[in-house]
Design a protein around this ligand. Structure first.
Ligand SMILES: Nc1nc2c(ncn2[C@@H]2O[C@H](COP(=O)(O)OP(=O)(O)O)[C@@H](O)[C@H]2O)c(=O)[nH]1
Ligand SMILES: [Mg+2]
Length: 424
């Protein structure tokens, strides 16, 4: 489907007719198993908004307007802006039908939390399939996380109770599936929930069931109670659009998508990012806008002293270029480890507080920063002495780089911009 939507967008960008593009998008969505009624309503809404906003923004070319509105509305039917999954100690119960990808997802989630500095425990509650215990155990070893299971045990509730005695940050319970949500499965899940009291019960659904996902999500929600969904097998399924829109219609958020069989193939779901990438147009124009003005700043910077003010200004500019992952994605680099991005964000928050706790004199003359001043700054910014030292270390490193840059008179920047495709 995605290929067709992309083509329709590309044609629209190159000057194609809006109605033609809309028809092509309709066809693509229906092929991807999105509900026909949803598609009809979507097209009506898009047409309506184009009519309205034409009046509001007479200066904007009709095609640009259509482009933006279509993008926003497709994002909306897929669930809008994603909600970040909380990175805190918690208990997660995975439920779903047979073969939906629960066990694989359990391992992926364990890895996801591990990367974010929390200690996960994988718990095997599928006592019906003898191979299930070994499958999860092996995955736990592969990912390098703790595992709890009882080979040959018959009662998942007893296993869950024992597992809860283990000290850990994030408990991930992998439950058994059935071919349908029958009374037996429901009863088993209900008993497990009573003991575990999960913070999040996540329903695992394979993308290839398409819009049937709505019925499954509603049924599980009514009979078991779920907080959200993980859609697996997004790779190689032509029905991902149907599954995503169906979950949105059923009123349950899609937190994660699985994009392959390996423990790394898990992504937090955000419709905006998803649709943006699916349309595949690396948005270099937006990126250049973000970069604009930065060059002049650099010229300015090269003239003066590189004190802490200059350092902070650079940090801030970089942070303001927007979510780093988005910037990188625009460049077509989508495989930046998420923990790297997370770290950069967290670091900026700390550094921001540290900078604000410094006096004017300290920022201009960092060499006066002695032990007692460092202690005061740490206290004032709610950070630690180590954090302030790390800040100063990074500042000195940046200063060195800056001095090199000054010597080469900005030729480095030119090269970087060229590599990014922003210079011929
Ligand atoms: N291509 C692909 N395969 C997946 C994905 N998630 C799970 N699988 C495969 O689907 C099959 C069933 O997965 P499993 O985790 O055992 O399902 P469970 O019965 O719900 O525990 C396995 O062969 C997995 O490797 C995914 O995101 N993409
Ligand atoms: Mg399983």
């Amino acid at each position: 489907m995605l290929e067709r939507i992309r083509n329709a967008f590309e044609r629209l960008r190159l000057g194609g007719d809006v109605d033609d593009a809309l028809r092509e998008i309709q066809r693509a969505l229906i092929l991807s198993d999105v509900n026909v009624k949803t598609v009809k309503e979507l097209t009506e809404r898009i047409k309506e908004r184009i009519r309205e906003e034409k009046k509001k923004y007479p200066g904007v070319p009709a095609r640009d307007l259509a482009y933006k509105i279509i993008f926003e509305e497709i994002v909306n039917i897929m669930g809008g802006k994603g909600r970040p999954f909380p990175v805190v100690p918690q208990k997660i119960l995975l439920v779903g039908l047979f073969g939906s990808g629960k066990t694989t997802t359990a391992a992926k989630l364990a890895k996801w939390f591990k990367k974010r500095g929390l200690k996960p425990l994988l718990v095997a509650l599928d006592v019906h399939r003898p191979a299930a215990y070994h499958q999860l155990k092996q995955l736990a070893e592969k990912v390098g996380v703790d595992f709890y299971g009882e080979e040959g045990a018959r009662d998942p509730v007893g296993i869950a109770e024992k597992a809860l005695e283990v000290q850990t940050d994030v408990y991930i319970f992998d439950s058994a599936g059935r071919s349908a949500l029958d009374d037996e499965l429901m009863e088993e899940l209900r008993r497990i929930k009573e003991v575990v009291i999960p913070d999040k019960t996540l329903l695992v659904i394979p993308a290839d069931i398409g819009q049937v996902a709505a019925r499954e999500a509603r049924e599980f929600n009514e009979r078991v109670g779920i907080d959200g969904v993980v859609i697996t097998k997004m790779d190689g399924s032509g029905k991902a659009g149907g599954a995503l829109t169906a979950c949105h219609e059923a009123g349950v958020p899609v937190y994660f998508i699985g994009t392959g069989e390996s423990p790394d193939d898990l992504e937090e779901f955000d419709a905006e990012r998803f649709v943006g990438r699916l349309l595949g147009v690396p948005d270099l124009k937006a990126l250049m806008e973000r970069f604009q003005g930065k060059e002049e700043d650099l010229e300015e910077l090269l003239k003066g002293e590189f004190d802490i003010n200059a350092f902070y200004k650079q940090l801030k500019a970089f942070n303001e270029m927007g979510p780093l992952d988005k910037v990188l994605q625009m460049l077509g680099i989508s495989t930046v480890p998420e923990d790297v991005i997370e770290d950069a964000r967290k670091k900026f928050k700390k550094y921001d507080a540290i900078y604000k706790s410094m006096t004017k004199q300290e920022r201009a003359h960092p060499e006066i920063l002695n032990e007692s001043r460092i202690r005061r700054i740490a206290r004032g910014s709610g950070t630690t002495v180590e954090d302030v030292r790390a800040f100063l270390r990074d500042y000195r490193r940046a200063k060195k780089m800056f001095e090199k840059l000054r010597k080469s008179r900005g030729r480095n920047l030119e090269r970087i911009l060229k590599r990014m495709g922003m210079r011929p």
